[in-house]
Design a protein around this ligand. Structure first.
Ligand code: FMN
Length: 194
């Protein structure tokens, strides 16, 4: 089983066990040597990589433009397995977000609009009330079924180069740690001391 298939299987197992991490990941970026990490919804896992939705108004977008190298961490409790996925981030074709954006919860859609109408994601505002009132105004002026996908909504793919797996679910606490490296479209495996 290659590491992507293993992650897909562990993720499905996590879903079957209602693991709240099943559809999440933790994405680390680095800008000028300053690390930053955040929780994101992991939208899809395919042979190509790991799909995420972000907003281009966020500071992480310019961080990604400067340095596409990223590490994603996955932790599945039931299978007791951690994955550290290293690779390069690329923007997906806008049609991907276009197809998916309308299925997002209303609150997420209005938040995406707020980044364009009130201020960029992660920027400062005077109070939470300002935000709540702004979104209420958007809802009144623009019914949910009339709003289009904002240009700042983006789909990104983390295309993996190296995946490190740590499986704690082994006898005598002798964990199984492997590094998978993608070389010429084939995953090569090396065993590591955990
Ligand atoms: C459970 C959970 C899921 C999240 N999913 C996303 C997501 O899919 N996309 C996103 O941009 N931010 C998501 N966030 C918020 C990010 O962690 C982060 O706070 C936000 O993207 C702003 O970060 P920035 O400093 O990179 O702009 C999520 C947070 C949590 C706790």
């Amino acid at each position: 089983m290659n590491p992507i298939e293993r992650i897909q299987a562990d993720r499905q197992d996590a879903r079957n066990h209602d693991d709240p991490n099943a559809d999440l990941c933790f994405l680390a970026l680095s800008e000028s040597g300053r690390p930053s990490v955040r929780t994101l919804v992991l939208r899809d896992v395919t042979a190509d990589g790991f799909t995420l939705f972000v907003n281009k108004t966020s500071p992480k977008w310019s961080t990604i433009q400067e340095n596409k190298q990223a590490e994603m961490l996955l932790w599945y409790t039931n299978s007791q397995t951690q994955y550290r996925i290293n690779g390069l981030i690329e923007e997906l074709d806008p049609s991907v977000i276009e197809q998916n954006w309308h299925r997002r919860p209303a609150g997420s859609k209005y938040m995406d609009y707020t980044y364009q109408t009130l201020g960029p994601q992660s920027s400062e505002i005077d109070s939470r009330d300002d935000l709540v009132n702004h979104i209420q105004g958007l809802k009144t002026e623009h019914p949910e079924d009339e709003i289009a996908t904002p240009e700042s909504a983006a789909g990104i793919l983390l295309r993996p180069e190296v995946i490190e797996m740590l499986d704690l679910n082994m006898p005598n606490r002798i964990h199984d740690r492997r590094r998978y490296t993608l070389i010429d479209d084939e995953w090569r495996t090396t065993q590591l001391i955990p």
